[in-house]
Design a protein around this ligand. Structure first.
Ligand SMILES: Nc1nc2[nH]cnc2c(=O)[nH]1
Ligand SMILES: [Zn+2]
Length: 495
């Protein structure tokens, strides 16, 4: 049994190109939730023949979803960095920089999650909101609490989202009311959470919800704690790791003061060089590797860029937060030119929106700001340093780039046979209720003859751009993960 989608499809190919197929036919297996096959261009008159070629003569037991003009399929968004317990704080504490904001706004809210009942009340709506924003894969930070983070994992698991869920490690430089009692307790709770999450989907290598090691940032961890987390990571190369890096000048200085080279493990590169960098601290404790997600990376030194490149760790670019906390503009174009993996993160509530669409818009603006400040005579269209990011790159960062960063590139991030059907049905029709996107009459916009107006591909490209820059939850009709409908405007959650 399968679901067949017939209509427009958009999917990233690379940073510089994407598929925009006005009349695609895509088949999803009900058994696996994977995409079985895609036909790129099927005129309406050939539909029966093409289905027959795939052995589908009788549509009974099949679901056929026909998309209208102004609607298209797109891979689900991947949020490589967000803080679930900060969603209730969105839009507050907007006048601080990072360290003050943590102390004044963030830690007081996170501390409330000591109460599992508070977590049960908050996290259900948090997860629903993030899914309905079109996020099919999410890297979640919980709080330092084991109980509340289990509650978060439960909600994500039962909602059917693909996700990484981590408990923050923080045994120093945190307020008395919100700190772990020792490195040993922090590690013990982390191991319990890993077992708990792995137990949610027994004996499955394809579990949607996975644990993730989450040393909050170097400042909040003693050397003993980072060392023990490094041991946990070394024992399990499949375990993903997430943390913050080079977000804010004061934070970087504080980190360097806390970790002078003489206290770092003697064999580490930083200890040998006698010079600490932020990335060098994580590297020294074995926390920099191909499945490490590093959020922000606004103020990386050249040496750190090299180190990250060598480790094949990925960067979560969080432009909304970087503007909002006045952290700076990450040089994403340069990172991409270096071949470093980059995805997008909402970083709620440093960022004030749980939608990756907002991150896309701000990633575009951030790249324009970098280009304004570092004008270049570069004319190449395949490099990005000092150039604003094109639509193809923005789409890539929001989808496949995120999958690359999470080490999930074979499973999700684009619409391709053999990958999971993690996808959105987007509608720009007037019945979406979003006046920004239906200011254009998509039917009139289209001229299939190609003599006036736009070709079908051009119209679809225009629709994608409109959606990325002015779309919102109202335009997300359906959200699928692994072939299962889990959200969107049309979704009715079971009671
Ligand atoms: N943006 C952001 N940066 C951090 N660094 C350490 N914790 C946080 C956090 O919660 N948000
Ligand atoms: Zn963050």
């Amino acid at each position: 049994m399968s679901t067949i989608f017939y209509g427009a499809l958009v999917s990233p190919v690379s940073l510089t190109s994407y598929d925009a197929l006005p009349r695609a036919l895509l088949c999803v297996s009900h058994r696996t939730g994977d995409i079985q096959w895609i036909e790129q261009d099927v005129p309406a008159g050939s539909l029966q023949d093409v289905l027959a070629r795939h052995g589908i003569i009788d549509m009974s037991g099949m679901e056929l979803v026909e998309l209208r003009n102004g609607e298209f399929l797109i891979p689900g968004f991947i949020d490589t960095h967000t803080h679930a317990p900060q969603v209730p704080n969105i839009g507050s504490g907007q006048e601080h920089e990072l360290l003050d904001w943590l102390a004044q706004t963030t830690f007081p809210m996170e501390a409330k999650f000591a109460d599992d009942n508070f977590a049960k009340k908050a996290y259900g709506t948090v997860v629903r909101r993030i899914i309905d924003s079109g996020t099919t894969t999410c890297c979640y930070y919980g709080t330092l609490h084991l109980g509340a983070t289990k509650v978060l994992a439960d909600f994500v698991h039962s909602a059917g989202q693909r996700a990484f869920v981590g408990k923050c490690n923080m045994d120093r430089n945190s307020p008395d009311y919100y700190i772990e009692s020792s490195a040993a307790t922090s590690v013990e709770d982390t191991k319990s959470l890993i077992s708990y999450i792995r137990g949610l989907t027994p004996n499955s290598t394809t579990a949607l919800v996975q644990p993730i090691l989450t040393p909050r940032f170097a400042i909040s961890c003693t050397p003993e704690l980072l060392g023990s987390l490094g041991d946990v990571a070394r024992a399990d190369p499949t375990l993903t790791i997430q943390t913050h890096i080079c977000e804010n000048d004061s934070e970087i200085q504080f980190t360097k003061n806390l970790f002078p080279p003489n206290i770092l493990p003697p064999g580490s590169e930083a200890a040998k060089k006698g010079r600490t960098t932020y990335a060098g601290v994580y590297d020294a404790y074995g926390l920099l590797r191909k499945n490490t997600v590093l959020a922000h990376a606004v103020h990386l030194e050249d040496e750190e860029v090299e180190m990250i490149k060598k480790s094949n760790a990925g960067i979560s670019h969080c432009p909304t937060s970087n503007f909002n906390l006045r952290s700076g503009c990450a040089r994403v174009g340069m990172l991409l030119d270096e071949g470093i993996k980059v995805g997008l993160g909402t970083d709620v509530s440093g960022g004030f929106s749980p939608s990756i669409l907002t991150a896309v818009q701000h990633a575009s603006i951030a790249s324009k700001v970098v280009a304004m400040h570092h004008p270049s005579s570069q004319t190449s269209t395949t490099t990005f340093t000092s150039r604003q990011l094109p639509i193809s790159a923005l789409l890539y960062l929001a989808t496949q780039g995120g999958a690359d960063v999470c080490d999930l590139s074979k499973r999700t991030g684009s619409l391709e046979p053999g990958k999971a059907f993690d996808a959105l049905v987007v509608s720009l029709k007037s019945d979406s209720g979003n006046p920004n996107v239906w200011g254009v009459d998509w039917d009139a916009d289209l001229d299939v003859s190609g003599t006036n107006g736009k070709t079908e591909r051009q119209s679809l490209e225009a629709q994608l751009e409109r959606f990325l820059f002015t779309g919102d939850d109202r335009n997300i009709r359906r959200v699928y993960v692994q072939g299962r409908l889990i959200g969107g405007k049309e979704f009715i959650p079971s009671a």
